[in-house]
Design a protein. Structure first.
Length: 688
């Protein structure tokens, strides 16, 4: 059983520690009580602050219960709900010895064994049958486990008609480099020290509060010492009472044999053997023995004199038929029998289901605390196991190795008061949030826009005020977010410009309105008095019409591309040694001949200070092109950004451009300035 390879791990001493990091809960103890257990000096506190439900029970006093430890005299039982969970604050990544104790004591007068499931987080730890699994009226379940987050949930799950109950919960931090399993956690099967005594040893003699039970066999002889035994056990630090006693075979020629049974044939097991030479050997005396595990012969071993060593198998092993055996056999050169001081036995237990993402758990528990939610299902892991997931919480559970994520939260009609808490934004994969039909106050918060995955928000039926933040309106417009609010919550207008800009815009508006009125009066009078009419120009203006072959020649067969637009591609060319820009209609263009004809007719007649002049056109079957003056100094974007030779427009130029652009757009929309003021000739002389 020892060692999958032919070497042993050897481990050492740590300094004694106080109860730092210990958690000792007396389940059922009133909230304002704590005490020091006299036989162990351990400080126990009430479990009230670690559990939300349950009722207190007291075991019956009789001859069997008269001398039991005080933590087992009261208990907490759970008649309501399917899953009830203790939530303990721990240090993530810490190795703990976790012990749960269930002492029935016929507290309910039914004299029946409670049966239920015990869970560690989202994983089942053990099916409990208090009277069957334990000795007498109680049972102890103990594991060594590395915490995956800063919250440890221990849950009792009702599986039948009986009521789950618990007496005590104990957590003890261990050194991380001890009790190392390749996978999974370690379920304690035994901590035995070999003696004829009937006294168990635990804290304060054992700094880790392991409970060492005495163990002996008729074919063994016990030896002990009064001398102090030092430790060379790399953090395992066995108590003096454990290591100062040992057993040897009564028949010195016989091997020392220790066996144990696994619960299942497929179980894997670890054993930790404690050795120390506690006899003063004479000069001619030698103690040397081989260690055999399930028939496998390992290297010979000589115990250290009055110094403890801990040997273990670095890899888990299986035992044939579920029966494991360690044999210590005296070597030929040894004249003393083998000895063993103590042994610890563990089986491997797997907890494969990952807990919900830590940030999601912290966020949802902050929300729970903020609103003082007392939903009975809101205990333990919010997402897994799926059959116990929190009501109103939907999760994305991919596989057992991937931490689930919360994707929907429904707290509608839950009597919520106060403002919407910022902790909601920490649910970073939330897709739907429903807070409708509550008594929430304050404003619709901007931070909801930070949840990039959010698709639906229900806020109707509350007492919210103000308006919808612009960032949420932008999400509605750009990302398809659906936001449902009451009618009194207004949609904000886009961000208002600064006061000086408002003054400028107001002035421009006043001037523009005045100009519009005057122009309309002028147009009305002019149209009434004018009798002249101008005929629309025709495309038959030969002087400006070019053949397609001429266009190809101008562009050197369309060699240099200046840009692309909705009409087509713009090429660089030369006409009479003057540079021109030639826009050629693309076959995929959404514009057609009608738009082409309109642009030619208009631009051949109309000239505007801010319009590029049309030089000519090509209208040859499907080959259509417009020929413009070439603007060689780049576009406005380049000048604004400074990318055009490092030149950046100053602020006065920028303001002038902004002013004229705004004015041009304003008049263009009304169809006045472009048609009647900036054009040569004015369009009012052309029949409309």
């Amino acid at each position: 059983m020892l060692l999958a390879c032919a070497t042993f791990s050897i481990m050492s001493l740590v300094k004694s520690q106080n109860q730092q990091g210990f958690i000792s809960l007396d389940c059922g103890l009133p909230s304002n009580e704590s005490y020091i257990e006299p036989s162990t000096d351990l400080t126990f506190i009430s479990d009230v602050n670690f559990i939300r439900g349950g009722k207190t029970g007291n075991i019956q006093n009789n001859s069997r219960t008269k001398f039991i430890f005080k933590p087992y005299k009261v208990l907490r039982y759970f008649p309501d709900g399917i899953r009830n969970c203790y939530s303990l604050s721990v240090k993530q990544g810490t190795k703990y010895l976790i012990r749960t104790l269930f002492f029935y004591g016929n507290y309910d007068g039914l004299n029946t064994s409670p049966r239920f499931d015990l869970f560690l987080g989202p994983n089942i730890w053990r099916s409990i049958d208090v009277l069957k699994a334990g000795v007498g009226d109680g049972v102890v379940e103990e594991i060594i486990h590395v915490t995956r987050s800063n919250i440890l949930d221990i849950c009792l799950v009702k599986t039948g008609t009986s009521t789950p109950m618990i007496s005590a919960i104990e957590l003890r931090p261990l050194r991380y480099d001890t009790y190392t399993a390749r996978t999974g956690s370690l379920k304690s099967m035994a901590h035995f020290y070999f003696t004829n005594s009937d006294e168990a040893i635990r804290y304060p003699e054992d700094v880790y509060d392991r409970v060492w039970e005495p163990y002996s066999q008729p074919e063994w002889t016990q030896i002990n010492t009064t001398r102090n035994v030092s430790s060379f056990s790399y953090g395992y630090n066995p108590p003096q009472g454990v290591i100062k006693t040992a057993s040897i075979p009564t028949n010195v020629s016989e091997p020392f044999i220790f066996t144990w049974n696994l619960e299942s044939f497929d179980d894997e097991t670890y054993a930790y053997l404690y050795f120390a030479e506690i006899q003063q050997l004479k000069v001619n005396e030698t103690r040397e023995f081989k260690i055999l595990a399930n028939g496998v012969d390992y290297t010979s071993y000589v115990p250290m004199k009055f110094e403890a060593e801990t040997l273990s198998n670095p890899a888990p092993i299986r035992c044939e038929g579920g029966v494991c055996r360690v044999q210590l056999l005296k070597t030929p050169k040894s004249n003393l029998p083998p000895l063993m001081n103590a042994i610890e036995i563990f089986s491997v237990i797997q907890f494969p289901q990952s807990e919900t993402n830590t940030d999601d758990i912290n966020a949802i528990k902050n929300i729970q605390s903020t609103y003082q939610l007392s939903r009975i299902s809101w205990q333990g892991d919010p997402c897994v196991p799926k059959q116990f997931s929190w009501i109103g919480v939907s999760c994305n559970v991919i596989d057992i190795s991937t931490p689930p994520r919360i994707i929907a939260l429904d707290l509608s009609s839950s009597g919520l008061t106060g403002v919407i808490p910022p902790s909601i934004q920490n649910l970073t994969l939330l897709r739907e949030l429903d807070l409708s039909n509550n008594n929430l106050t304050g404003q619709v918060p901007e931070f909801l826009a930070k949840i990039k995955s959010l698709l639906v928000i229900h806020l109707r039926g509350n007492n919210l005020r103000g308006s919808v933040p612009q960032v949420l309106q932008d999400r509605e417009k750009n990302d398809g977010l659906k936001l449902f609010v009451d009618p009194n919550i207004k949609r904000r207008r886009p961000h208002q410009p600064r006061s000086w800009l408002l003054a400028i815009v107001a002035s421009i508006s006043c001037v523009a309105v005045t100009i519009i009125v005057l122009v309309l009066i002028f147009i009305f009078r002019r149209r009434k008095s004018s009798t002249s009419k101008v005929i629309h120009p025709s495309l038959e203006m030969k002087s400006r019409r070019f053949k397609y072959s001429e266009v190809k020649e101008m562009t050197n067969n369309f060699q240099v591309v200046l840009g692309k637009g909705g009409f087509g591609v713009v090429y660089h060319g030369f006409l009479n040694n003057e540079q021109v820009a030639i826009k050629v209609l693309s076959q995929s263009s959404t514009q057609g001949y009608k738009e082409f004809k309109t642009e030619v007719e208009l631009l051949l007649r109309v000239h505007h200070v801010n319009l590029v002049s049309l030089v000519g056109y090509c209208d040859e079957g499907n080959d259509l092109a417009l020929i413009y003056d070439f603007m060689e100094n780049g576009n406005l974007k380049e000048h604004l950004s400074g990318k055009r030779g490092g030149s950046v427009l100053n602020w006065s130029s920028r303001l002038k451009i902004a002013f004229e652009s705004a004015l041009g757009l304003f008049f263009y929309v009304l169809g006045i300035e472009y048609l009647h003021i900036g054009c040569k000739p004015p369009i009012w002389f052309i029949e409309m």
